[in-house]
Design a protein around this ligand. Structure first.
Ligand code: IVH
Length: 588
């Protein structure tokens, strides 16, 4: 039976989880949870920290600024910021058109076609013409208060003035997308890379480098210190009204956009008012081909019914308006040369084939490697070194090799053969799993598995050991100091200096190791990377036994009797317990 964890434990868990998500979102560009789930974790942590000021820690993700991540006060949107339904191709676009026509029988329909800006949705509120508040979309109902940050975005009016044509509403909410131009993103990226070269030379941990303009924009907006946002060259396109009280009356969407432009808001010039769905399709196809002519990223086209009274009659589904649709561009594809197919050995021994590619810019970042998943996938795609291949990347998705361009294949090539041996110096025979397509190295002493275990153990999502990355762990292994995780804690500073670590790097690693001992037991258990022991089982074990010695000494029946620990898990724990790294990691 699961008990409620103590506040200190829950706080530690939440900090670890949030840091992991931050790394995944800002560092790796691959969020693992929705914004709403993420926000719920942060809110729970903030509430706990407020209730237990004694557990304050300035490195908590609720206070850190370094990772460009922080939290903001909630803002309830008076008019919800709904999202849009998607049309993935022309057929789905036509189906949407039919639904609209059905809802407005025998009526002419005009559509406004707009670019779908790949940025961060924002709502800016003006009261009596004065800039009052800015909030992110959040879950659509509640967003975050980023008033001070958005104030620094260039080109936004801060004071609205009536013109001959328009009066200023008492309340006006303007909605749009904040984005970073591709040029500004490239500039920021090279600044960060230069900073990292200096930091690495000085033995300091690197800062994260933004991977694409959208993440750079989001990270820049979510800064605790608004002067950092101000230095980041963010821009905005306005495309919709939120709450409006008083002011002029409108009958069409395009008139609201004219109104916004007249008040000084940036409205995208590539907007087209059309009378038929054929023209909508032509607009979509044009921008599908020409998206890269723009100085900012777009990921589709938004089509909206122009007449506001017709919109009202069409109304909303539970999720989105019936009067608008987002036509999403298909994942971007490029061709490049497949230089080689290699295999990598993971920390559990799983062997993954991957493509080594002639670097190619696709889907917003440069790709030089792509996973090929497993042997069946390679066989199915029949990609061969030397082939010209199609590479695809959609949004945050991991790059993939779609397949070879057969017309470009050179004569005499043969299908790639999965290696029979592990590429490590031991070179043990690889084993194919019976029921899944995986191939494994089952040699317990495989140095490649060990290297991956150490790297994983030290990584931010696991024990977060500052100063211990790929290169330093390689150096420690090569010097013969470290055979496995446990050896890390026996290292001395003299040893590090003796193999050429600078004083700064050596000290930072020693501090990093020392600090990692404050991570909770459940995190250590997860970091050890035992097969079947993920965060849930680790929590159960930590809660039940309290310290590592008791787990090591626990009789088999005790382990087996724990809820949620099935035979396979038990076996895996038993095997790992005989491993020396457990015995050496005695500080828990
Ligand atoms: S209109 C109810 N117009 O796309 C209508 N959205 O997939 C609300 N977006 O959350 C949105 N460009 O962040 C609209 N020209 C545009 C847009 C746009 C980008 C984003 C926006 C929205 C998402 C929906």
């Amino acid at each position: 039976m699961a008990r409620t964890p103590s506040p200190s434990k829950r706080i530690a868990e939440l900090r670890a989880q949030i840091q992991e998500h931050n790394q995944a979102y800002y560092g790796d560009d691959s969020p693992r949870v929705s914004d709403a789930e993420y926000d719920a974790l942060v809110r729970e942590l903030r509430d706990l920290e407020e209730a237990h000021p004694d557990l304050f820690d300035e490195s908590s993700p609720t206070v850190t600024v370094g990772g460009a991540v922080t939290t903001f006060d909630p803002v309830v949107h008076r008019v919800p910021m709904t999202s849009l339904d998607n049309a993935m191709d022309e057929k789905e676009l036509a189906e949407w058109g039919e639904r609209v026509a059905k809802g407005l029988p025998d009526e002419a329909v005009r559509y406004v076609c707009e670019l779908k800006i790949d940025g961060l949705a924002i709502s800016i509120r003006f009261e009596n013409g004065a800039y009052a508040q800015a909030a992110t979309r959040g879950d659509g109902r509640t967003g975050e208060d980023v008033t001070a940050n958005v104030r620094t975005v260039a080109g936004l009016p801060k004071e609205l003035k009536a013109s001959k044509k328009f009066t200023v509403p008492e309340v006006l909410e303007v909605r749009g997308e904040i984005y970073m131009s591709i040029d500004s993103f490239m500039k920021l990226k090279s600044e960060k890379e230069r900073e990292n070269a200096e930091r690495t030379a000085a033995g300091r941990a690197p800062v994260s480098v933004p991977v694409n303009p959208r993440n750079a924009g989001a990270g820049s907006l979510r800064q605790k210190d608004a002067s950092v946002t101000a230095s980041r060259e963010l821009s905005m396109w306005s495309y919709q009204l939120g709450e409006v009280i008083g002011g002029p009356e409108f009958t069409s969407h395009h008139a609201t956009l004219e109104f916004l432009a007249a008040l000084g808001f940036p409205v995208n010039p590539e907007i087209k008012l059309v009378d038929s769905l054929e023209d909508v399709v032509a607009f979509c196809n044009h921008w599908k081909e020409h998206r890269h002519d723009l100085p900012y990223d777009i990921d589709g086209v938004v089509v909206k019914v122009d007449n506001l009274e017709q919109r009202e009659r069409l109304g909303f589904t539970s999720r989105a308006p019936r009067w608008a649709i987002a036509f999403k561009f298909p994942p971007e594809e490029k061709t490049t040369v497949l230089r080689d197919i290699q295999i990598s050995v993971g920390r559990t021994g799983r062997v993954t084939p991957f493509a080594v590619l002639e670097p190619v810019f696709v889907g917003g970042s440069t790709v030089s490697m792509a996973t090929l998943h497993n042997r069946d996938q390679v066989a199915l795609k029949d990609v061969r070194p030397g082939d010209t291949v199609v590479v695809r990347k959609a949004g945050d998705v991991i790059p993939e090799v779609v397949g070879p361009v057969m017309s470009e294949r050179k004569k005499g090539t043969k299908p790639w053969v999965f290696p029979a041996q592990c590429p490590c110096p031991i070179g043990s025979t690889l084993v194919k799993d019976e029921d899944v397509a995986d191939t494994r190295c089952v040699e317990p002493g495989c140095p490649f598995q060990r290297d991956q275990r150490i790297i994983y153990f030290a990584s931010r999502g696991a024990m977060d050991i500052e100063g211990l990355g790929k290169e330093s762990s390689r150096a420690l292994v090569d010097a013969g100091y470290v055979q496995d995780i446990g050896d890390l804690y026996a290292l001395g500073i003299e040893q590090l200096l003796a193999i050429g670590f600078s004083e700064l790097t050596a000290t930072s690693l020693m501090v990093g190791l020392h600090e990692s001992k404050t991570r909770p037991l459940s995190r250590l258990l997860t970091a050890l990377g035992i097969k079947h022991v993920g965060p849930v089982v680790a929590d159960t074990l930590a809660e039940r036994f309290g310290n590592l010695d008791l787990i090591l000494g626990a009789p088999e029946e005790d382990l087996k009797s724990i809820d949620g620990i099935a035979d396979a898990v038990h076996e895996s724990i038993m095997r790992a317990m005989n491993h020396k790294s457990w015995r050496a990691s005695r500080s828990w």
